[in-house]
Design a protein around this ligand. Structure first.
Ligand SMILES: Nc1ncnc2c1ncn2[C@@H]1O[C@H](COP(=O)(O)OP(=O)(O)O)[C@@H](O)[C@H]1O
Ligand SMILES: [Mg+2]
Length: 325
């Protein structure tokens, strides 16, 4: 977002609709973001808001219905098979579940050397040397080479997954709830490891989490997602200290985000609202104390408001407009 930073990946107006017999889900609706070299963008939002779908599209594992995704200056979907294969080296992923993302029948050595083998890097001996160096980089040791996932703790499995993600020396790493399954103390260790690796290797992170505390610790920039849309985006300070979207404020205040107690008149209004996903009106309005009563929130298409060069939001009546300075 800063004009001085080098952009290594971007999503521009990306939409992804899943269709089924019972209807359609807009998993992503006109989503745009950029990743700056050596920085962390945190994608935050509750379960089902579209975070993993965004990650999968960035990783080239799924295709958008519309919009453009660029990785290192290449437009996904326009690449020949071999170009796409080479680009895959540059963007790797660590997922949430420490155990299920690793092949339980494989040793740590086999798991971490997997990407090297897939790209025909080195021979068995040189790969072993590389794997040992990678294990050391993530705080594991040579003695872990022969272990299998079930002989490791959750934190150690995540370290193995990180070592595997780094094997091909990628520029970008997608961390999809990568610490969410870990105990608090282990989580802190893995977060510190990720920060250290980022500094040493100049890595760019897309850091996906539903945990704002973790996002605050890790992120340079934050994009808040709600039901397939980025509702607020900005620097960490913008989003945490100058929140404009009511959903962001709700997340931050850690007040349960259930619908507040409603008067009967408002309840009737809520029931008459169009079903979510129709049109471009605000999808948060039925949970928003402001949106429930304002006509434009249910009838008028949202547009992105650019508050500052780094800070934008998707709301007709943002927080603080109503607070006297
Ligand atoms: N392959 C799929 N088929 C149908 N619906 C899907 C698929 N993947 C995701 N969805 C739906 O898209 C929405 C966003 O999912 P997801 O990206 O996994 O959210 P998050 O990672 O934020 O929890 C959800 O409603 C989910 O049920
Ligand atoms: Mg997810």
């Amino acid at each position: 977002m800063s004009s001085h930073s080098e952009i290594v990946a971007s999503a521009n107006g990306v939409s992804r609709i899943f269709r089924s017999k019972t209807g359609e889900v807009r998993a992503l609706d006109n989503v745009s973001f950029t990743l700056s070299k050596g920085k962390t963008l945190a994608l935050v939002g509750e379960s089902g808001s579209g975070k993993t779908t965004a990650a999968r599209i960035l990783l080239g594992l799924d295709n958008p219905n519309s919009g453009i995704v660029e990785i290192l200056g290449r437009v996904l979907g326009s690449l020949k098979h071999e170009e796409m294969r080479l680009l895959r080296r540059e963007i790797q992923v660590v997922q949430q579940d420490p155990f299920s993302q690793l092949n339980r029948r494989h040793s740590v050595e086999r798991i971490v050397s997997g990407p090297l083998m897939a790209f025909g890097v080195g021979d068995k001996e040189s790969r072993r040397t590389q794997v040992i160096a990678l294990l050391e980089a993530v705080g594991l040791e040579k003695e872990h080479l022969k272990r299998r996932p079930h002989e490791l703790s959750g934190g150690q499995c995540q370290r193995v997954a990180i070592a595997r993600a780094l094997a091909l020396d990628p520029k970008i790493v997608v961390l999809d709830e990568a610490v969410s399954a870990l105990d608090v103390s282990v989580r802190a260790q893995v977060l510190n490891l990720l920060r250290k690796l980022q500094q040493e290797r100049g890595l760019t992170y897309l850091f996906i989490t539903h945990d704002l505390g973790v996002a605050h610790y890790m992120a340079d920039e934050i994009a808040v997602m709600f039901r397939g849309r980025i509702v607020e985006r900005g620097s960490r300070e913008d989003v945490f200290e100058n929140s404009r979207h009511h959903y962001t404020v709700g997340l931050l205040s850690s007040v349960p985000l259930a619908t507040p107690t409603l008067s009967k008149a408002i309840r009737d209004q809520v029931q008459s609202l169009p079903s979510p996903g129709e049109g471009d009106a605000c999808l948060y309005r039925t949970r928003c104390t402001v949106g429930l009563t304002r006509e434009d929130c249910k009838s008028t298409s949202l547009v992105i408001t650019q508050g500052t060069s780094t800070h934008s939001w998707l709301c007709h009546s943002p927080v603080q407009d109503s607070i006297p300075a």
